[in-house]
Design a protein around this ligand. Structure first.
Ligand code: SF4
Length: 346
């Protein structure tokens, strides 16, 4: 029997990996679907509860694996219906998950890394550097906590929390497959959205994925000069290179992307910015999500007024760009990505 430290979380295995593991254990591979059913549908927390399996198999599983669960360290509820969860991981690190209720949707914003390497100037996640990638079980565990412990049924799942999902692609891809699999969480691919800060590879990876998940590109600036300053990843993947890769993705596979744009007062909200953003959106046939910048401790950008954002939105619409204004939610509970985990460390 492996010690608890050596035991792998069974939820780190995809269905295919679990089938292969069962074969190695001398068991019938079809049991993997039954095990997934107990883990993700019936949400059993102990192998001994897997009553459709033989006692012998339950004991074998318990000797090799553990069933991990995230531990809630803090929870903050905003007056606008946004809830932020801070989870403590087995190694003592912390991650955040945000639940946003709006327009008949219950959207979960999932973290994919502890911290982030990319240090975007408007984001709290990059402030404390990068610690490690999340395992698949730590990604799906955020959803399972909401479903299992709170009885909630989120409708949409966006990979836009702490971390750059494409920088932890192997684990994010596995989590996506487990979330989508009918034997797993059974979430339709169209309800899953992966965001990227502009990894050129991300478009190829998403195009090669046999799941029609949504892709969202965090743009936030339309010149290399400003994007270099706001998003250092732009020095590695300059704007035109990213837009060209996105264009190829859209035109070759007939897929859609969404552009995310945080409006920062006096920095990226001029008429020229609207012109540049509209030109990129038209090239990519993309809709634009505008988000008003929320103040982040340690960052010195200005929050736009409602009128500033409305004017920028109108400029885009006059340029025939489908634009949605996303409300900045949860500013009273530090809901901007990485803020709560950052505070917890201090
Ligand atoms: S915006 Fe995304 S990529 Fe940039 S620092 Fe924050 S988590 Fe990292």
């Amino acid at each position: 029997m492996k010690s608890p430290q050596e035991q792998k979380d069974i939820r780190d295995l995809s269905l295919e990996e679990l089938r292969a593991e069962l074969e190695r254990m001398g068991e019938r591979p079809f049991r993997a679907s039954q095990i997934f059913d107990w883990l993700y549908k019936k949400r059993a927390a102990k192998f001994e509860d897997f009553t459709s399996l033989s006692k012998d198999l339950r004991e074998k599983l318990a000797s090799r694996f553990r069933i991990g669960a995230l531990e809630l360290a803090d929870k903050r509820e905003s007056s606008d219906g946004t809830t932020k969860f801070l989870f403590r991981l087995r190694d003592g690190e912390h991650i955040e998950t945000v639940l946003i209720a709006a327009r008949k949707r219950l959207t979960v914003c999932l973290s994919t890394q502890v911290g982030c390497k990319f240090a975007c100037a408007f984001c709290a996640s990059g402030l404390h550097g990068f610690k490690r990638n999340l395992a698949p079980s730590e990604i799906t565990g955020q959803v399972l906590y909401l479903q299992h412990s709170l009885g909630l049924e989120p409708t949409n799942f966006v990979f836009m929390g702490m971390g750059e999902p494409l920088d932890n692609w192997a684990n994010v891809e596995k989590a996506l497959r487990i979330m989508n699999a009918p034997e797993g969480l059974g979430i339709a691919a169209r309800r899953l959205t992966v965001s990227t800060a502009g990894f050129v590879d991300s478009f190829k990876r998403l195009a090669a994925l046999d799941l029609q998940v949504n892709l969202s590109l965090s743009l936030h600036a339309v010149t290399d000069r400003l994007r270099d300053r706001l998003m250092p990843i732009n020095r590695r993947f300059p704007l035109e290179e990213v837009v060209r890769a996105a264009e190829e993705y859209v035109h070759s596979g007939g897929r859609m992307i969404t552009l995310e744009y945080i409006v920062i007062r006096g920095l990226n909200d001029s008429l020229d910015d609207a012109d540049g953003l509209a030109a990129i959106a038209r090239r990519l046939r993309a809709k634009v999500n505008l988000i008003a910048y929320s103040p982040v401790e340690g960052r010195e950008f200005e929050t736009p007024t409602e009128a500033d954002v409305a004017r920028f939105k109108r400029w885009l619409e006059e340029r025939k760009v489908n634009t949605i204004l996303r409300l900045s939610k949860g500013s009273d509970i530090a809901a901007a990505c990485g803020q709560l985990a950052g505070r917890f460390k201090e």
